[in-house]
Design a protein around this ligand. Structure first.
Ligand SMILES: [Zn+2]
Length: 533
């Protein structure tokens, strides 16, 4: 057999959790044509030989949960993913997707998408989900793309930011958008139940909306209503939605957020296990960090968000309302208070505030010292000045919980990467997730085995999404492959230096095309938009 590419001297971790074995891998066109004994004649005949040098050869990593949607318009190659070994990424998470759109609500969707737009100018010249996928298809994509439709996006298309129940006509319209989106290639829908308008949706509304997917086997992924001390309730809600509809669901970026919640992951993962035992198809994903990242305005009490960002800004401009808000953040413990749960001003780091770039990368404590203004007062000023374009990191999880969740068999690895705007800082997970699991948690801390870690990044997400030709190194599968050195692989991104590239990832092949070589981009891309069949 004469292969386009033959990988010799491989230690193969095939994605199935089988222990690694020595061998060779042959690729022709976009497919894996051979996996087996390392035969010198194959190396002699191949058009190109890659010497893996006894390093690990694994399926390309699948990162189901990213917020790369708009970033792809500006940076379709996305070396930040390729350099981690990621060959397929999921977009449209946490309720936010760029489609489907209703023409009357474009402005609201533009505001809603603010914190994942990352300074990208979107011309919004698509409407349906299929048209959005067509836009992506025209790009020189570095990775494959799996897209979800956001429940928030769909609700905005039909109801704007209204805080009320949908009428039966509106519900019918939203269900139509769900089923059309899936017919046009979406893998399911996602919700972000802490952000308006998702926060206005009742459990019953979500059950009803998701029922539009059941015949199409779409996946429901949710950034749950509660991730803090009521995280158990959040898990109960998603299990209920999956159970009522007899449909697959996945808990997004699972964690126990805030000191008052630490340890509750033992209870939540037991609930997931119990649900699975009685036939509920529910799974979990996680990013390997103790810091969370979302909007800066997430520090505001829930009532302040009502009506959307412009209303938030009006409220912050009202002096008496502002002092009430600050007092509640400082003293109130009846809601998931991000400020208190981060341990106060030093635990909240502003990473994106384009109108006030001087504060990016600094904690509220540092900004207060710079400006002489109280930390919460300056936080309000930053939120008001940036009109919805704001992001922050919150130091809210504990290491024991991160490891406990990572060890669980129902949990896959994701990044939840939120792209930084040009010049802004970012959560280190954007550049570090997969190498961090392989370095810190596999090699250094022995938290999980190498084979389990790779399974959580390959075959497990592939089967969850129904990607029949990805996630396993086997003949006939798509040639998405990563080669890395298990002794050196590591993340280097930190809060101070979030763009430091990981080390140890040597080759990345996407659909048969060598896209990374010796850790560098080759200039050749072959990512595809995958549409749910
Ligand atoms: Zn989220």
């Amino acid at each position: 057999m004469r292969f386009d590419i033959y990988i010799k001297n491989a230690r193969i971790v095939d994605g199935t959790r089988s222990p690694w074995y020595r061998g060779g891998v042959g690729i022709t066109d976009s497919k894996i044509r051979y996996v087996g004994s390392d035969l010198p004649e194959y190396a002699a005949d191949a058009f190109e030989v890659i010497d893996a040098k006894d390093h690990i050869v694994a399926p390309g990593f699948i990162d189901v949960h990213t917020h790369s949607d708009f970033l792809l318009l500006r940076d379709p190659v996305m070396q930040s993913k390729l350099k981690q070994g990621v060959t397929t990424q999921g977009i449209g998470q946490c309720g936010i997707s760029p489609a489907p759109i209703s023409s009357e609500q474009v402005e609201k969707l533009d505001i809603y998408s603010g914190f994942i737009k990352a300074g990208t100018h979107a011309d919004w010249n698509w409407r349906s989900f299929g048209e959005w996928l067509d836009v992506l298809e025209d790009l020189n994509l570095g990775t494959n793309i799996v897209a979800f439709a956001g429940q928030g996006t769909i609700r905005i298309a039909v109801m704007g930011f209204d805080n009320r129940e949908p009428s039966s006509d509106e519900m019918a319209e939203m269900k139509k958008l769900v089923s059309e989106s899936i017919e046009q290639g979406a893998y399911g829908i996602t919700s972000g139940l802490v952000y308006p308008p998702g926060v206005y949706s009742s459990t019953e509304e979500l059950v009803e909306l998701c029922s539009a997917m059941t015949s199409k086997n779409g996946l429901y992924q949710s950034h749950m209503r509660n991730e803090g001390r009521d995280v158990v309730k959040g898990v109960e809600e998603i299990i209920h939605i999956a159970e009522e509809n007899r449909m697959p669901a996945q808990i997004s970026h699972h964690k126990a957020l805030g000191r008052s919640a630490w340890g509750l992951v033992k209870k939540t993962l037991a609930l997931v296990e119990d649900a699975r035992k009685r036939g509920v198809d529910v799974t979990v994903d996680q990013y390997p960090y103790t810091s969370a990242s979302t909007t800066l305005r997430a520090i505001l009490p829930p009532w302040v968000h009502e009506g959307g960002v412009m209303n938030v800004i009006e409220r912050l401009a009202d002096k008496s309302l502002r002092s009430r808000i600050i007092k509640e953040i400082e003293e109130d413990v009846t809601w998931d208070n991000y400020y208190q749960n981060s341990g106060g001003a030093s635990g909240v780091t502003v990473i994106y505030s384009p109108q006030t770039p001087e504060y990016e990368g600094k904690s509220l404590k540092e900004i207060a010292e710079m400006t002489g203004v109280d930390p919460l007062d300056i936080a309000m000023d930053i939120i008001a000045a940036n009109k919805g374009d704001d992001a922050a990191c919150y130091s809210m999880m504990c290491e024991d919980d991160v490891e406990y969740v990572l060890k669980n068999n129902n949990v896959m690895v994701i990044s939840d990467s939120i792209p930084p705007a040009p010049g802004a800082k970012s959560h280190p997970r954007t550049f570090g997730t997969n190498p961090r699991v392989l370095g810190k948690y596999v090699r250094d801390k022995h938290c999980i085995s190498l084979e389990d870690a790779i399974w959580k990044m390959t075959a497990f997400p592939a089967s969850r999404l129904g990607l029949q030709f990805k996630g396993i190194l086997r003949e006939g599968m798509d040639a998405d492959i990563v080669i890395f050195d298990p002794d050196t692989v590591d993340d280097k991104a930190t809060f101070e230096h979030p763009f430091e590239e990981p080390v140890g990832i040597e080759y990345v092949i996407v659909n048969g095309v060598k896209t990374m070589e010796f850790g560098n981009f080759t200039g050749h891309t072959n990512g595809k938009v995958l549409r749910k069949g």
